[in-house]
Design a protein around this ligand. Structure first.
Ligand code: HEC
Length: 158
């Protein structure tokens, strides 16, 4: 395989861990500064399952958008939407309420906005059918994931 010189420089820098390989994370600070949310094992499982769902939804949206299949984009996005979660929120026995009590105030609005944006993506895919708009909205929404992940982490309460 023939590597272009620029690719080679990047590869060497990455292997050497040089500045060109640096990216925006805080591992360098040596300690985790994120605020801890203490949840029961069941609540933690509930939240993290939801999170893994977010990745699967994101994968489906990107894959469907690049195939220009806007119906499939809408279908995938709806699964992450607020409307799809309404039943959970309305159910007093849902674990979501325990998490809400334990999480800091800013946590739920951020999650809510993330869900609303998935509904928005479904709408855009259905009405506008423009994949650039869909992908831009998804990219914006991923900033909510980043914001929340840089602020909070979960631990099991014993
Ligand atoms: C309101 C806050 C919040 C939002 C918004 C959020 N997350 Fe998370 N996510 C968390 C927390 C807290 C954890 C646990 C992190 C930890 O303990 O280190 C987590 C963990 C995860 C994990 C790890 C799951 C596992 O099994 O360990 C994935 C993957 C993830 N999030 C994906 C996403 C994606 C993709 C989005 C956006 C579409 C997103 N999250 C939005 C709070 C959030």
């Amino acid at each position: 395989m023939q590597l272009r010189p620029s690719a080679l420089v990047l590869l060497l820098a990455a292997l050497a861990g040089g500045p060109a390989a640096a990216h925006d994370h805080d591992a360098g600070s040596g300690s985790d500064q994120r605020q801890v949310i203490r949840l029961t094992p069941a609540e933690k499982h509930f939240l993290l399952s939801e999170m893994r769902g977010f990745v699967a939804i994101t994968q489906k949206i990107i894959s469907a958008a690049t195939a220009n299949d806007m119906a499939a984009v809408a279908e995938a996005a709806r699964v992450g939407g607020l409307k799809a979660h309404q039943k959970d929120f309305a159910n007093p026995d849902s674990l979501v309420h325990g998490i809400r009590k334990k999480a800091p105030q800013a946590f739920f609005p951020l999650g809510r906005e993330t869900h609303i944006n998935f509904d928005r993506i479904a709408e855009l895919a259905t009405e506008l059918k423009d994949r650039d708009v869909v992908l831009n909205t998804l990219a914006d929404n991923l900033n909510n994931c980043i914001a929340c992940h840089s602020a909070y982490r979960v631990e099991e309460a014993h």
